[in-house]
Write a protein that binds this ligand. Structure first.
Ligand SMILES: [Zn+2]
Length: 436
């Protein structure tokens, strides 16, 4: 890029009154009205007309499956970070269930370096809690924390740390360096053969049920364990009304519990499974309409801290098959903000400042990312996302930049479009398209 900087002109900062934001040298240099492109001593500043657009701090995802190393046919760090930038993200946390598993300093440093090379967004590796995600022996948590990757979030996501003693030890261990254990809450015995949410629809379709209690019982145990040892637990992809209640109760006690919800659990219910289209197969499963309503309410009142995508790319052969054998998971990076706008903003449940809180500030804080989730203010790193909330478009899987196409929102009209994303002042997306 030849530009010396960017003047984002007339943007509604966090949805507020129009302001000009000057970005020079990777930081926010000026915020105000009538800011001049030459004001800080020179030309070469490119003007971005942002009239009617909303400016947010760059989005942060706590839960992304980048699939590298091992499943580069589904996604790579390079393709996944491009998808992230297109979705307005400036940082993602890469989950540990790769091949090999990210359970050593060597693997997390490899993922971290690939992220730095990509240049499209920061990649913060998540370390496995247990060796090989096997749930038996703690992984090298300290070595991963001290590595160049500086891991702070640990998760066996995809699998549950179901042994209470292992979970307790992990919580005690991460407490020493301010880390957090992110739990995929799924009681394994209660979910043997589970294919979808256990309820009316599963009964009618004759598919094996994944009961809410299998999630809620693990969350209840883990918030009690976190309180007992004085450590931090984060609950991945909360999906039931009961889980929201448990998190609300734990927070009311002052315990250090945080939680995330995915865009797909905020928008879709298990009614869509009647189509038997495996694009809707996901873990935890899509739940009932009552659960969806409780998740929206929990995100609105702050019980659920943040939106996390659980971006789970799968190649077509793993999804385009019978429901019973299809892989679980959906891509989500490129549609997350649009789903949140539709479900939470256009409905009046959240304003844009609260979206910034739930999709940038809080996930950055939970993940310990100091340079992200910062205010749009002078001197702050220019990690920024410019959104056109008036845009309406139909989701076309062929238009995704992710290597995989398994979006459950195909054919749906969604609001909003990311017009520009800046990573430390350098645009990764400009005029709605990836740069470079
Ligand atoms: Zn999970």
């Amino acid at each position: 890029m030849a530009e010396r900087g960017f003047l984002i002109r007339g943007a509604r900062v966090l949805g507020g009154a129009p302001r000009d934001v000057l970005v020079v040298g990777g930081v926010v240099a000026e915020v105000g009205v009538g800011v001049s492109a030459g004001g800080s001593g020179g030309g070469g500043v490119r003007v971005v007309d942002a009239e009617g657009l909303v400016l947010l701090p760059g989005l942060v995802d706590l839960h992304t499956h980048l699939r590298e190393p091992g499943r580069e046919d589904a996604e790579t760090v390079a393709t996944g970070t491009r998808a992230a930038a297109r979705g307005g993200f400036t940082a993602v946390h890469a989950m540990a269930n790769t091949f090999p598993v990210a359970d050593t300093a060597g693997v997390v440093e490899q993922v971290w370096r690939l992220g730095r090379e990509s240049g499209y967004c920061d990649v913060q590796p998540v370390g496995a809690v247990t060796v090989g995600l096997e749930g038996r022996q703690l992984a090298e948590l300290g070595a991963m924390a001290e590595s160049a990757a500086g891991v702070r979030v640990f998760s066996d996501d995809g699998r549950c740390v179901d042994d209470a003693v292992i979970m307790r030890r992990a919580l005690e261990y991460v407490r020493a360096f301010g880390g957090v254990v992110a739990q995929h809450a799924q009681e394994p015995r209660l979910t043997v053969g589970a294919q979808m949410n256990e309820g009316v629809v599963s009964g009618e379709l004759g598919l094996g049920g994944w009961p809410a209690v299998a999630e809620e019982s693990v969350i209840a145990r883990d918030v009690l364990l976190a309180a007992h040892v004085g450590s931090r637990v984060h609950v991945c992809h909360v999906s039931t009304a009961g889980s929201v209640e448990i998190v609300r109760w734990a927070k009311s006690k002052g315990w250090r519990v945080t939680a995330e919800v995915t865009p797909h659990h905020l928008l879709l219910s298990d009614e869509v499974v009647r189509s038997f289209d495996p694009v809707f197969k996901v873990n935890p499963p899509l739940r009932s309409g009552e659960d969806v309503a409780a998740l929206r309410e929990g995100l609105a009142d702050g019980t659920i801290d943040c939106v996390a995508t659980d971006h789970a790319p799968h190649p077509v052969e793993d999804k385009d098959c019978e429901w019973g054998v299809a892989a679980m998971g959906m891509v989500g990076l490129e549609t997350a903000l649009s789903v949140v706008q539709r479900v939470m903003v256009d409905s009046g449940l959240l304003d844009w400042a609260q979206v910034a809180d739930r999709m940038s500030v809080r996930p950055a804080r939970i993940g310990g990312l100091g340079g992200h989730g910062r205010p749009v203010a002078v001197g702050e790193p220019a990690n920024l996302t410019l959104v056109d909330p008036a845009y309406r478009g139909v989701v076309d899987p062929a238009g995704l930049v992710s290597r995989s196409r398994n979006t459950p929102f195909a054919g749906m009209e969604l609001p909003g479009r990311v017009v520009a994303t800046f990573l430390r002042g350098t645009p990764t997306v400009l005029d709605g398209a990836l740069t470079g």
